[in-house]
Design a protein around this ligand. Structure first.
Ligand code: AR6
Length: 176
């Protein structure tokens, strides 16, 4: 059942012992602030060394690395769009982040994966819109692919947590 394969969690994604955590990176893949900074700090400097060998990542795409000192096994790095005003293909690019990250996870035999709220921090994507995209893409992917057992959508703070739970309830009630 789809509702048992999506979980919303409020907390620090770097603490999760899942198969993969997703990083909201930038095009350089060389680290930054927000969740990217937290992941690099927790993983240790070897993560940056591996990222240097990748040579960057276009917006909407995803790349995978090992996770070093993190409890998760893999890090999927994806680059969300910077929000301007909604006319710059931001929604489609954000949807592509979720689709491409999940496809890459599937290729690597990953069964449990956790996402942060990509683009909703430094990149200023409005939380409600981003949440709907994150949940819709996740649901669509899970409906078509049985290999991934669980997707955890990780919120950082009570406001995001409330928005995510509300959106999940609404989207599940539309499709079930
Ligand atoms: N665990 C889970 N979620 C977190 C954590 C954490 N430890 N820390 C922050 N968040 P952001 P972006 C949430 O800014 O908007 C970086 O510098 C945060 O509350 O990390 O995609 C990159 O290098 C927010 O909801 O990523 C890029 O340059 C969400 O994670 C740029 O920021 C995303 O916020 C990417 O910006």
């Amino acid at each position: 059942m789809i509702q048992n394969r999506i979980e919303i969690l409020n907390g620090d994604i770097t603490a999760l012992g899942v198969d993969a955590i997703v990083n909201a990176a930038n095009n350089s893949l060389l680290g930054g602030g927000g969740v990217d900074g937290a992941i690099h700090r927790a993983a240790g400097s070897e993560l940056l060394e591996e990222c240097k060998t990748i040579g960057g990542c276009p917006t909407g795409e995803a790349r995978i690395t090992r996770s070093y000192n993190l409890p998760a096994q893999w890090v999927v790095h994806t680059v969300g769009p910077i929000w301007y005003d909604g006319t710059q293909n931001e929604e489609e690019m954000l949807a592509a982040c979720y689709r491409n990250s999940l496809a890459l996870a599937k290729e690597h035999g990953i069964q449990t994966i956790a996402f942060p709220a990509i683009s909703t921090g430094v990149y200023r994507f409005p939380m409600e819109r981003a949440t709907n995209i994150a949940i819709r893409e996740t649901v669509q992917f899970l409906q078509k692919n049985n290999q991934i057992a669980k997707v955890i959508l990780v919120c950082y703070g009570d406001r995001a947590f409330k928005i995510y739970r509300e959106a999940l309830k609404n989207i599940l009630s539309e499709i079930l």
